[in-house]
Design a protein around this ligand. Structure first.
Ligand code: NAD
Length: 344
């Protein structure tokens, strides 16, 4: 029996409000199609436009609202780059809610240009430390140092999530590191992954240096299942992996913790397209699909996935990045009506 959930929705800025609006149409259709499912959507402010108004990109009212919900759907948000500007809203939320794993699936989709038709991999990236830990110093003019924090506890925690995922998939984990150079930090990460592997005898494990991995993602992407990596390596590899299966318009990500999770498109706020009703909302729609999976609503998740696949196969309604001329909202409406069709 489908359940009842409170969902925080942060439209963000740039193209965020447009892709989120299209996704809300899809969620409303899923709710209508699966009798009994109740999604209480609570909209909150966050992102670039909040900085002037509140002095932060994640106001405390929004944080309070997140605490009262079961999960968060987040649109992209612009992060100002000037020194002293607040950290990215995504980073703030990940830290506040202990969302330690960034999970980014990459799968070949019908009628979408892909390096190979059989790619089906997931990148699990450690989300809280590594080189994105956020401690950088200018020790003297022209000389800077950044801290790359790697702990056994955080590495084992993210490794466990990677192995749990692999058990439900093709039962293989690839540990990505650069231990030949970063002997201490990546030594800790590698040891943690292989230690956790001992508890999962049904899952095979291997290891690849990050530079070789960048090449093998192009050469033989269909050979991988779950890839686990530290923060920056995972970030870079997951953008590469998104591109080999059709680009940022289709790439979704989940930020998972022990008690809460946030779902978002991998892409940013693409300011040059803001307000043009032009970009692809499928990345955000697929993020919403991951959210339904996280909530245990597998039928609803399957409905969204199936509707996206059908719309792609038909090829009539697609945005510019997939060679079409449809608008963001037309894609959302088409997927929503496909959901009603599938369920009837
Ligand atoms: P971006 O992902 O916003 O855009 C890069 C290009 O990718 C766009 O110009 C566009 O050609 C294409 N693109 C992005 N989304 C698309 C979509 N849905 N459909 C079709 N094409 C799409 O990257 P950027 O320009 O480097 O970053 C812009 C801002 O977004 C920056 O401030 C950055 O910090 C921020 N950002 C935020 C997040 C987040 O909120 N999680 C993630 C990445 C970047």
């Amino acid at each position: 029996m489908p359940g009842s959930y409170s969902i925080a929705v942060l439209p963000g800025d740039g193209i965020g409000p447009e892709v989120v609006e299209a996704t809300v149409k899809v969620l409303e259709a899923v709710q209508e199609a699966s009798r009994g499912l109740r999604l209480k959507l609570r909209f909150g402010e966050a992102g670039y436009n909040c900085i002037e108004k509140y002095g932060t990109n994640v106001p405390k009212e929004t944080l309070e609202m997140l605490r009262e919900t079961d999960a968060c759907l987040k649109g992209p948000m612009t992060t100002p780059e000037k020194p002293g500007a607040p950290p990215s809203a995504a980073v703030t939320i990940r830290k506040m809610f202990g969302l330690y794993a960034n999970v980014r699936p990459c799968k070949s989709l019908p009628s979408v240009q892909s390096l190979s038709p059989n790619i089906d991999l997931v990148i699990v990236r450690e989300n809280t430390e590594g080189l994105y830990f956020g401690e950088e110093f200018e020790v003297s003019p022209g000389k800077g140092i950044a801290i790359r924090l790697v702990t056994q506890a955080a590495s084992e925690r993210v490794a466990r999530l990677a192995f749990e995922l692999a058990v439900k998939r093709k039962r293989h984990v690839t540990c990505v590191h650069k231990r030949n150079i970063l002997r201490i930090t990546d030594g800790i990460f590698r040891e943690a992954v292989f230690k956790v592997a001992e508890n999962y005898p049904s899952v095979s494990v291997d290891e690849v240096h990050v530079d070789a991995m960048a090449m093998r993602l192009i050469k033989e992407p269909e050979r991988f299942d779950v890839i686990v990596a530290t923060n920056m390596f995972g970030d870079i590899l997951s953008d590469e992996a998104a591109q080999i299966v059709g680009g940022l318009g289709l790439a979704a990500g989940a930020n998972i913790g022990d008690d809460y999770a946030m779902f978002e498109p991998v892409h940013g706020s693409a300011p040059k397209y803001a307000g043009k009703n032009k970009v692809n909302p499928m990345a955000t729609i697929l993020a919403a699909k991951m959210m339904m999976e996280y909530l245990g609503e597998t039928e609803a998740a399957e409905m969204i996935q199936q509707a996206v696949i059908e719309v792609l196969k038909e090829g009539k309604v697609r945005t510019y990045d997939l060679g079409g001329k449809s608008t963001t909202q037309e894609v959302g409406e088409e997927i929503a009506s496909k959901i009603m069709e599938i369920s009837s």
